[in-house]
Write a protein that binds this ligand. Structure first.
Ligand SMILES: [Zn+2]
Length: 129
């Protein structure tokens, strides 16, 4: 179901009785899936036919946490998450080129080489058709 930001914040406030929501930009740390989520990302389910209670759920697939599992991300928690994410990246893609702040200077990344190969292919195709 789609709700306006104001309505969604209202639902969050009503259903999450454990912590205060001042805006949808606020972040929470989900203890079940170990991810940082924002108010925008939280799914609101149930009550789609106008009956039944509304339910908040974590945006992470297969994560069945409840609002009680969403804690405020303290500096300590954020540092822990950052370290875990960094470790995960090292293991998953050992040779990634870090993105610069400019965003336009990402030569050598995997996406880029695929794109350039596609361009070459398109060029070849045009010349020979
Ligand atoms: Zn979760």
């Amino acid at each position: 179901m789609t709700l306006s930001n104001v309505d969604k914040l209202d639902v969050l406030r009503r259903l999450d009785q454990f912590r205060q929501w001042r805006s949808l930009d606020e972040k929470r740390f989900c203890l079940v899936c170990g991810k940082i989520i924002t108010g925008h990302q939280i799914n609101i389910g149930g009550g789609t036919r106008g009956d039944g209670p509304l339910r908040l759920s974590c945006p992470t697939e297969r994560c069945n946490s409840i609002p009680m599992d969403w804690v405020l991300p303290t500096d300590e928690i954020l540092a822990k998450v950052e370290r875990a994410v960094a470790r995960e990246r090292e293991v998953a893609v050992p040779r990634t080129v870090p993105h610069g702040d400019g965003g336009h200077e990402c030569g050598g990344s995997v996406d880029n080489s695929v794109a350039s190969r596609l361009r070459q292919f398109a060029f070849f195709f045009k010349r020979h058709s």
